[in-house]
Design a protein around this ligand. Structure first.
Ligand SMILES: *Cc1c(COP(=O)(O)O)cnc(C)c1O
Length: 462
């Protein structure tokens, strides 16, 4: 499979090259030149298989050419062996036709482990083969950073630097980033918000001297390998509920649009997904856009679902690419306009987006209320992000299509909000119960490109 940029001006790459590169050199995001399609028979045959086998069958067409079949099976096996649940992504019933897809049984208790654990193993195999070493820099609103650190800690071909907004991640999220003792792990608390961290990361990628000098690699949700790993659980969940013979819908708590874009690819691959519902908190640029109000940046307002506190959703560019008929220059122009505040979406592109996507927005009070009601009605304690999803899913229910809401994090990652809403304290799983006792290691740093680049240059291993 060859990979192309959403802006049409970067060279085509193999899967391995696109994965190691992250952001394309024209500023765009990589996508497969063609989306592979699975037949209805092939989808039906997934029912009842182990998660790892479904993962292999769904992802293989995207990676063949870069990895051997046995090698890729072994990578998948290692990626998910540390999960605390045999089903990897178990489905739980909330009521007659509403289900929760639990994506928080990985090492850092959020869905990002699905992609990050896989990408860690993929990088290790690819870099070993090349005799190469890279510097991974990521920006996180909380969960990506810890997931990246867990995936890359201790690997000798990689240094990991994670930028997170100082004071704006939960204590559990922060400790998961600052307590790993491995020398190749570097947590940086930036004086700014998540969009500042993400902008700094983009600037580093566009500084080609720096990028080539430190062999910069990105594992943020723009990395196509991340999106790829997330396609798998749409298949595993849908076939559990009767796909391809029955349609299903998904509601996805959304920030950077990576997770829900994986659902879009699953649909394009032939999975009978009826609706893909974008659930946002009060940072609602996507909901406003999908409601026809254009894509205009506002200020990021901190919320109790901090992993969704985003005003610019990087992966939305990928959806726009398809909505604009795979026209890279149209996308490049929109992204230019975005630099000056935003853009209106053409009528044709709006219609294309609405073929797949719906959206809803949830206030802070409604989030707390939903945590409380879900405990009362379904005996489930859910995290605030998941609650945002549940609330929007309730607004988009249909009698004949089952709705699956993605439970993106474990409630124990956000104990303050969960306890405030429900009166119950969500305990950490026993395998990480000493998190609060481990010593922390973190560098507080100014939101300044030169300072950040200098720090990274000085701290990578020789
Ligand atoms: C990252 C994250 C999200 C948002 O996912 P995107 O792929 O960025 O849209 C939602 N919930 C949790 C808990 C997350 O960590």
């Amino acid at each position: 499979m060859r990979y192309i940029s959403t802006r049409g001006q970067a060279p085509e790459l193999s899967f391995e090259e696109a994965m190691l590169t992250g952001l394309a050199r024209d500023g765009g995001l990589y996508l497969p030149a063609e989306i592979p399609v699975m037949s209805q028979d092939e989808i039906a045959a997934l029912a009842g298989l182990p998660y790892e086998e479904i993962a292999f069958r769904v992802m293989w067409p995207y990676v063949s050419g870069s990895f051997a079949e046995d090698e890729f099976r072994a990578i998948i096996a290692r990626a998910y062996e540390g999960f605390g649940h045999d089903a990897r992504a178990p489905l739980k019933q909330l009521n007659e036709n509403h289900f929760l897809l639990e994506l928080f049984h990985g090492p850092t208790l959020a869905f990002k482990d699905f992609a990050m654990q896989l990408i860690g193993q993929l990088f290790q195999v690819a870099l070993k083969r090349r005799g190469d070493r890279v510097t991974i820099v990521g920006a996180t609103s909380g969960d990506t950073g810890s997931a990246a650190i867990e995936a890359f800690r201790g690997l000798d071909a990689v240094d990991v630097f994670i930028l997170f907004p100082h004071g704006r991640v939960s204590e559990v999220q922060r400790r998961q980033m600052t307590t790993p003792a491995d020398g190749n792990v570097h947590a940086l608390a930036v004086d700014g918000d998540f969009d500042d961290c993400q902008a700094a990361l983009k600037d580093m990628f566009n500084d080609f001297d720096f990028r080539d000098g430190v062999k910069l690699a990105g594992v943020n949700s723009i990395n196509f390998a991340r999106v790829l790993a997330q396609i798998v659980y749409y298949f595993s969940a849908a076939v559990s509920l009767g796909a391809p013979h029955r349609k299903v819908s998904f509601t996805v708590p959304t920030g950077n649009f990576g997770d829900i874009f994986a659902g879009f690819l699953a649909k394009r691959m032939g999975l009978p997904i009826d609706r893909l519902v974008v659930a946002t908190n009060q940072n609602d640029i996507l909901h406003r856009c999908l409601s026809g109000e254009g894509y205009f940046k506002g200020d990021t307002i901190p919320s109790i679902s901090p992993s969704m506190d985003i005003q610019v959703s990087s992966n939305f560019e990928r959806a726009l690419y398809y909505a604009y008929g795979e026209d890279g220059s149209a996308v490049a122009q929109l992204m230019d306009e975005l630099r000056n505040g935003g853009f209106n979406v053409s009528q044709g592109a709006m219609e294309a987006l609405r073929e797949s996507f719906d959206s809803g927005r949830v206030s802070e009070d409604e989030t707390l209320e939903t945590i409380k009601n879900t405990l009362a009605h379904s005996a489930e304690l859910v995290c605030p992000h998941t609650a945002v999803g549940i609330k929007v899913a309730q607004e988009h229910r249909s009698a004949d299509v089952p709705m699956i809401t993605l439970a993106t994090a474990h409630p124990a990652k956000f104990p303050a909000a969960v306890e405030k809403a429900s009166g119950e304290h969500p305990p950490l799983p026993s395998r990480m119960s000493d998190l609060y006792e481990r010593p922390e290691r973190v560098t507080r740093i100014a939101n300044d490109l030169g300072t950040l680049e200098d720090h990274i240059r000085r701290h990578i291993a020789e």
